[in-house]
Design a protein around this ligand. Structure first.
Ligand code: ATP
Ligand code: FE2
Length: 325
C-alpha cells in the first residue's frame, strides 16, 4: 500500500509518500519574519504552498495512492484546518480513504520505524510538547509531561528575548558550546516537568550580567537533566530496555549524549532517528497512515474534524498487537 501523508500542525507544511519505504518527502517550512509562530500567518503560508508541495510529492511518487493521511491534531487550529481541507479534497478526488493521524503518535511511530526498537520508552521533546511516553496495555501512556510550555518553546522564547531569530533551539545549542555551569532552577514534580520558571530565570541571569554562553549552557544542562531523569524513571517503572528520542529538540547533540549515557549506565539501548524524521515532517504522517490503513483505521470525511487538543493517550492503537511491558 502507498499512502500520501500531509503534515501541517504548526510551522512546516510537508507531504510524503510511504510504501515499503519512504518514497518521497517535500516540505515548505514557515519561518516567521519576526517573533514566534503566528497561527494565522502560518495557516496562510500553508495555504499558499499546499498545492505545490503536494503536486511535487504525487509527481515524484508516480504510481497510484491508496489512501491520504493527515495530522488531525494536536496543533494550531488554523494550520490544522488547512492540512485537513487539503487532505479531504484529495481523498475525494482520488477516491481513496482518509486517515486522521495523531501528530504526537506519528513522531513516536516514525522513531520506532527508523530505530526498529519494538517497545521503547520515548522522550518526545518538541516546540509545543514535551512528554515521556510508552506503550502499556494497548495505549501510548504519558508517564510524564510538561505542566506548562514545551521545551522547544522555552528555548525559542529565551532566544527571542535576546533578539535572536526563530527557532532559537539550534542557536542556543551553538552558544552553549563555550559555556560553563551556573545554577538555574530544576523543576521535576513527580513525573512531570515545568520549563517556564527555568526560562524566566535564564532571562534574569543574563540581565544581571551572566554571559549568554554560560546561560545557554546551563539552560540546556538543567532542562535536559530534567528530561533524562523522567525518562530514566519511566524505564525503571516499566522495565523496558529501549529508549528513543523524537521531536525537534531531539536534534540537539547534547541531549542525545546525556540520554545515551543514562541508557548505557542502565544497560538500555538508545537511538535517535536522523534530523529529517525528528522535527515535523510528512514522512511520519505517511508512515503512521500506512500502518493505520493496514489496521483498518480510516475515517469518513464527516468525522474528520481537527482536534487541536488531541492527546497521545486518547489514540486507539489498532496497529500494535503486543501488550507492551
Ligand atoms: P509539536 O507540535 O510536536 O510540538 P513543533 O511544531 O514544535 O512540534 P518540531 O519540529 O517537532 O515542531 O520542533 C521544533 C522545535 O525544535 C523548536 O522549538 C526548535 O527550537 C527546536 N529545535 C530544533 N533544533 C534544535 C536543537 N538543535 N536544539 C534544541 N532545540 C532545537
Ligand atoms: Fe511536532
Amino acid at each position: 500500500k502507498r499512502v500520501l501523508g500531509i503534515e501541517g500542525t504548526a510551522w512546516n507544511f510537508s507531504a510524503a509518500v510511504f510504501a515499503e519505504d519512504l518514497v518521497c518527502l517535500h516540505s515548505a517550512p514557515y519561518v516567521p519574519p519576526t517573533g514566534g509562530i503566528h497561527p494565522r500567518e502560518a495557516a496562510q503560508h500553508h495555504a499558499s504552498v499546499a498545492s505545490d508541495v503536494i503536486r511535487k510529492a504525487l509527481d515524484e511518487a508516480g504510481e497510484k495512492i491508496d489512501a491520504v493521511a493527515f495530522s488531525i491534531g494536536p496543533g494550531l487550529g488554523p494550520s490544522l484546518r488547512i492540512a485537513a481541507t487539503t487532505a479531504r479534497t484529495l481523498a475525494l478526488k482520488l477516491g481513496v480513504p482518509l486517515i486522521g493521524v495523531n501528530h504526537c503518535v506519528a513522531h513516536v511511530e516514525i522513531g520506532r520505524w527508523y530505530t526498529k526498537f519494538a517497545d521503547p520508552i520515548v522522550l518526545y521533546a518538541s516546540g509545543a510538547n514535551t512528554q515521556v511516553l510508552g506503550f502499556l496495555n494497548g495505549k501510548y501512556r504519558i508517564f510524564g509531561e510538561t505542566l506548562d510550555i514545551g521545551l522547544g518553546n522555552a528555548l525559542d522564547k529565551f532566544a527571542r528575548s535576546h533578539n535572536l531569530p526563530h527557532p532559537g533551539g539550534p542557536i542556543i545549542e551553538k552558544m552553549a558550546k563555550d559555556g560553563s555551569y551556573i545554577h538555574l532552577p530544576y523543576t521535576v514534580k513527580g513525573m512531570d516537568l515545568a520549563f517556564s520558571g527555568l526560562m524566566s530565570a535564564a532571562k534574569e541571569a543574563t540581565q544581571r550580567g551572566e554571559s549568554m554562553e554560560d546561560v545557554c549552557f546551563s539552560f540546556q544542562e538543567t532542562a535536559f537533566a530534567m528530561c533524562v531523569e523522567v525518562t530514566e524513571r519511566a524505564l525503571a517503572h516499566t522495565g523496558k530496555d529501549e529508549v528513543i528520542l523524537v521531536g525537534g529538540v531531539g536534534a540537539n547533540a547534547r541531549l542525545q549524549e546525556m540520554l545515551a549515557k543514562m541508557c548505557e549506565e542502565r544497560g538500555a539501548k538508545f537511538m535517535a532517528p536522523p534530523r529529517v524524521y525528528m522535527g515535523d515532517n510528512g514522512a511520519m504522517i505517511a508512515y503512521t497512515g500506512k500502518i493505520m490503513l493496514e489496521a483498518g483505521s480510516t475515517i469518513p470525511i464527516a468525522e474528520s474534524v481537527v482536534n487541536p487538543g488531541f492527546r497521545s493517550d486518547q489514540v486507539e492503537v489498532t496497529w500494535r498487537h503486543d501488550a507492551g511491558q
